[in-house]
Design a binder for this molecule. Structure first.
Ligand SMILES: NC(=O)c1ccc[n+]([C@@H]2O[C@H](COP(=O)([O-])OP(=O)(O)OC[C@H]3O[C@@H](n4cnc5c(N)ncnc54)[C@H](OP(=O)(O)O)[C@@H]3O)[C@@H](O)[C@H]2O)c1
Length: 277
């Protein structure tokens, strides 16, 4: 892959963006990392950290100067505000790689349509469930070695953030990805209870799945301040995955040339977050 390109990474402090930044640096690209708080971004040397907010398109102007390609995450539940952001992006950059979702909910479909009409060269990444979603169990595992949730039998192919980022990097700096929509998964289908069991094996401490009711889970998520529509969407998706597990795709391997990482590898990479201190 050719290097020496200037790329803007949004969501650079997040699960996926941090990996995109790290892997872009390895290609020799010049990386600009966008954050709302440059003081606490904690990004490595060699990255130009720039302040900007996706809700304020003007704040992105400076960060886009001389940028050829943009990795865009859109961490909002609506596509409102995206046209103005795309206008600012298209005035400077040529290419955009958008982190969509395999669920392609209304706002994600709308975002894809807006990007399709923006005049930018685009690639859409549609990942299924992130392996990193398991981090929501970390505290329960550290303190009690038990996970209490509904739908332990919900089955999915969890995707390592490093593999998602690797596909993003190919699309940002490589050839042959313009106009592609990539549906991305990990290599194996696992139930949530199986994921918890693998985490236990990796940390050397058995971890138990304890099934709770979806009503209890709903109340707990609402009490944490999650929007009711999001809570219902997550629980509905999990209920569906009990009956019809999401299938795997071979796309990570096809794009990167490397086999997608297993959930066990992901759990090993994050074992420190699950071990009791
Ligand atoms: N979890 C899944 O299973 C799954 C599956 C498919 C798709 N997705 C999609 O993945 C995306 C989340 O990716 P992630 O997990 O890597 O993110 P994350 O770890 O939750 O981090 C969120 C990032 O968004 C940035 N951000 C938030 N508000 C912002 C704003 N107003 N302006 C600029 N940046 C802002 C944050 O940057 P600062 O705080 O530094 O500004 C941070 O880097 C979502 O769009 C989600 O729909 C997730």
């Amino acid at each position: 892959m050719p290097g020496q390109r200037r790329i803007l990474v949004t969501g650079a402090t997040g699960t996926v963006g941090r990996q995109v930044v790290a892997q872009l640096l390895e290609t020799g690209a010049e990386v600009r990392a966008l954050t709302r708080d440059s003081e606490s971004a904690g990004l490595s040397d060699g990255v130009e950290v720039v302040r900007g907010d996706l809700t304020d398109p003007d704040s992105l102007q400076a960060s886009l100067k001389g940028v050829e390609a943009v990795f865009l995450i859109w961490p909002f539940a609506t596509a409102e505000g995206m046209p103005a952001v795309l206008e600012v992006v298209a005035a400077q950059a040529r290419r955009i790689v958008y982190l969509s979702s395999a669920a392609v909910r209304g706002h994600e479909r709308q975002a894809e349509q807006l990007i399709g009409r923006s005049g930018l060269e685009w690639t859409f990444l549609r990942p299924h469930a992130f392996a990193a979603n398991a981090l929501r169990w970390a505290e329960q595992i550290r303190t009690e070695a038990v996970v209490r949730e509904p739908y332990g039998a919900a089955a999915m192919p969890p995707l390592h953030e490093r593999d998602l980022a690797a596909v993003a990097v190919h699309a940002l700096v490589g050839d042959g990805h313009i106009g592609a929509t990539y549906e991305l998964t990990g290599p194996e289908i696992l139930t949530q209870a199986e994921q918890v069991s693998i985490i236990g094996e990796v940390i050397g401490r058995p971890v138990r799945w304890e099934e709770t009711s979806s009503q209890t889970a709903r109340q707990q998520m609402l009490a944490r301040g999650w929007p009711p529509a999001a809570v219902d969407g997550i629980l509905r998706a999990q209920a569906e995955m009990v009956i019809e597990p999401r299938a795997t795709t071979a796309t990570v391997g096809e794009v990167t040339g490397a086999r997608a990482r297993t959930f066990r590898t992901w759990a090993s990479d994050h074992a420190g977050e699950f071990r009791a201190t």
